[in-house]
Design a protein around this ligand. Sequence first.
Ligand SMILES: [Zn+2]
Length: 439
Amino acid sequence: MKNGKTPTATTTMEKIVSLAKRRGFIFPSSEIYGGLNSCWDYGPLGVELKNNVKQAWWQRMIRQREDMVGQDASILMHPRVWEASGHLAGFTDPLVDCKECKQRFRADHLTTNVCPECGGELTEARNFNLMFKTFMGPVEDQAAVVYLRPETAQGIFVNFANVLTTTRKKLPFGVGQIGKSFRNEITPGNFTFRTREFEQMEIEYFVKPGDDEECYRHWVEVRYNWYQELGINPDRLRLRPHNPEELAHYAKACIDIEYYFPMGWSELEGIANRTDFDLKRHTEYSGNKLDYFDQETNEHYIPYVIEPSAGADRATLAFLVDAYHEEPDKDETRVVLRFHPEIAPIKVAVLPLSRKEPLQSMAKEISGELRRYWNTEYDDAKSIGRRYRRQDEVGTPFCVTVDFQSPEDRTVTVRERDTMAQTRIAVDELVAYLREKLG
Ligand SMILES: [Zn+2]
């Protein structure tokens, strides 16, 4: 599953940022006020794209597996959770300031002991906790401190006994959830790749100790394949095992699934063997036993945990980058997003060749019907060639054109995005035809 070759970049981050803004995928947050550093808003197409990514995860990882269930924990949790998890004491980055230009850096990212910007003297490194702190209720004192969760995982660990009792699951089984997490990163950047507010798609998979290593390999394969099944170019994916010195204090093994972004190989997802660390710690800190009774062996034990932890924003960005293609088209360049149909924000566009009747009302009727099943766009502005290009640029797999023949024999043409081939279809067969192609 590993590959040695470095792929060639087909696009730049500037082109992706520009397309994302121009077509309504992603906007800078609070833009009319000048934006807010590393915060981004998903626009009308972006929210569809990201929802499709999350749905594709939920569908394959939770719904289609008998051994998985879902949950949705709150962002604010009891402060003791973060003592037990180790985040309060250990979730820090070493921070240094330049005494001259006042810029801040992560000490572990520097290769010199002077400021890389101006050569000035640096302060001693101090540990900076990455958790966002806030206050619950009207009094801003120590007793009211709560944190925005830095990972969704802990919401699953604290509900382990609840899920076990209510679902009557037997080991091995897993719990998945999708939700926002917050980390006060010193150096966010690369568009939506590293942001302080982000969405995770996490699984905690509970397994009998001793079965953990095989289970870990299973999940690495499942997750590596998920990206490819949804159309990610396998040449731009690789697995990078962590060195022993890179491993988090709780982990026995960890591997990153990396994607070749315009800035180079970067982490999409981490799969870790967290052992029994978290359940043990929550047992210790809460006084509640978080173990499992194995009816086959008649013994109690604390399960091991395999954690595939993916970023919804990172995956969305990877799908966007990977889909981006430029092709020569006469004197122009055709920009086309070759999204997998499941990921594409708009599935089908309905385009009347003319605004004249009866073409327009027939096109409206067809788009109204298709809208019941798929996200459908109706577009009657400008030339048909221009409209096809607009749909290519946002990755719409199919365009349905209502032309002058359509009212006569109740047929339309269906144009396929990638081949640009056009097929004449009876209106009555359109839904069945598209269902076969779109699922
Ligand atoms: Zn400086």
